[in-house]
Design a protein around this ligand. Structure first.
Ligand code: ZN
Length: 67
């Protein structure tokens, strides 16, 4: 279960951003800068709604095999 990524929806601008589940630092929205996740030293605490869980070692890439 370690190392999962989560797709989190920004509570302010609805941007969907992939966040590491054990983020070591605060994660900000790439669009509006709102905080999406707080680091706690363990599992991150998400501010926005978690839309999806991505059990991969890398962030999903929409260009890969999308057809
Ligand atoms: Zn945002």
């Amino acid at each position: 279960m370690a190392g999962n990524f989560y797709t989190v929806e920004c509570p302010d601008c609805e941007n969907e951003q992939v966040v590491f589940g054990k983020a070591a630092t605060q994660v900000a929205c790439a669009v509006c800068g709102s905080t999406l996740a707080h680091a706690t030293g363990g599992k991150a605490v998400f501010e926005g709604e978690v839309l999806d869980t991505v059990e991969r070692r890398e962030a999903p890439d929409d260009l890969t095999g999308s057809s």
